[in-house]
Structure formats: C-alpha cells, structure tokens
Design a protein around this ligand. Structure first.
Ligand code: ZN
Length: 219
C-alpha cells in the first residue's frame, strides 16, 4: 500500500522539474514454495549500495527522522505529503533503503480501522511528528500546507487562543513588509482589503508558495 502511495507521490514529483530523482518503494513479492518447510516467503530486489535509515522509531518509540541529505529530505516531504493526503491518519514511521530505493516501510495509523488497517499507532507519534517536522525545500515544491496550520484546522478549539484573525492581519502588516509601504501610499481601507484577499482566498491556500510556508514555520 505504501508503494501505491509512493507511486502517486513520485508521479507528482515527476511533474516538478527541480525535484530530481524520485523516491521509489521497491516491490515485494509473495512466493509460494510447496516443498519448503516455510512455504510462503517474500522476495525483493537485492539493493546494492549503502543501506541507510531515513526514518525510524527509537527504543522509546519516538520518531527519529534524519534531514541532512537530499534523499532524507525527500523522505520527510513524503511523510508530510502522505500525512496531509490521509488527513493526518497515516504516518510513515520507518523509511530505509539505498539512495532513492525505499524498502521495509513501517507506518502508524491514527485510529484502528482506517482503510482496513488494524495497526493502531501511538498517538504521541502523531503529535511528535506535527511538532517536529520542519518543512523543507521539497515540501515547498509540493505546496504542502504547514502542519501547524493543518493542526489548527483539525482542532475546533485552538490551542493558541490569543491568535485572533485580527492579530494575524496585524502581523502581516509588520513595518518591514512591502505591503506596509504600499499602505502608506494608498488609502488604509483599500490596502487592508488587498491583504485580506491575498491570504484568505482558498486558491491561494491550496497552492501556497514555498516562501509563504517557510514563513509560517518560523512563526
Ligand atoms: Zn513538510
């Protein structure tokens, strides 16, 4: 199943020129050997090269994600992508392999029964992923929404109660932004409307550009 998700992910990645080599979850085949003491076995292509772990769970069950190399960052973006795609229900916890060839995937599902999967994950991993994941260049290429934004959308009662829409608008018009200088020139009412339109339209939210999502992360 992870392989199918990865195919979609990579198909999208291929449309983005600057993404580079795509990730591929290598196929695993189930074979039947009637004469053998262990009649069922799985086989997969032998991966030659340096076998690396991109994401794993440590002995305490905490998510350990590496983010230094390009492949590691792509794996992070893949985690984020699948998390967003499944509305936060599926989290890839174990990603390892050789270069962009990924195998031995481990995952957690938020609630038992999601897509017929019975492996319920530790809810803390999901919280940890949301707080720990830092969007990288590849998340930006996919236009993935910041996990912090997703979280606030998912929970009706916002944890940051002080953050009213009014306050957010105020932040947008901080002295250093170009909007502010424009504001000084035009009428205040008009420029505020422009700002509102700029950040509230669904179209903009859908394909948020990378600099914007980075900005959301810093906050
Ligand atoms: Zn991300």
């Amino acid at each position: 199943m992870a392989r199918e998700y990865c195919k979609i992910f990579s198909a999208e990645a291929r449309t983005i020129e600057s993404f580079g080599p795509c990730l591929e979850v290598i196929p695993v085949y189930l074979i039947f050997r009637p004469a053998n003491v262990v009649p069922y076995a799985t086989v997969e292509t032998d991966l030659t090269g340096a076998y690396q772990k991109y994401s794993s769970l440590d002995h305490k069950g905490r998510l350990d994600v590496r983010t230094s190399s390009t492949v590691e960052q792509k794996c992070c973006a893949f985690q984020h992508w699948i998390f967003q795609w499944t509305n936060g229900n599926l989290l890839l916890t174990r990603l390892e392999g050789v270069d962009t060839k990924i195998t031995n995937i481990g995952f957690s599902v938020k609630s038992t029964g999601y897509q017929g999967l019975s492996v319920a994950g530790n809810p803390q991993i999901f919280e940890q992923f949301v707080s720990q994941h830092k969007c990288n260049y590849f998340c930006g290429l996919f236009g993935l929404r910041s996990l912090k934004v997703l979280e606030s959308l998912a929970t009706p009662t916002r944890s940051k109660g002080s953050r009213s829409p009014l306050l957010q608008r105020k932040t947008t018009a901080s002295p250093s932004t170009p909007q502010n200088s424009r504001k000084a020139a035009g009428s205040p009412r008009v420029s505020r409307k422009v700002e509102q339109d700029g950040c509230k339209t669904p179209a903009r939210q859908k394909d948020a550009d990378p600099p914007k999502s980075n900005l959301a992360d810093i906050k």
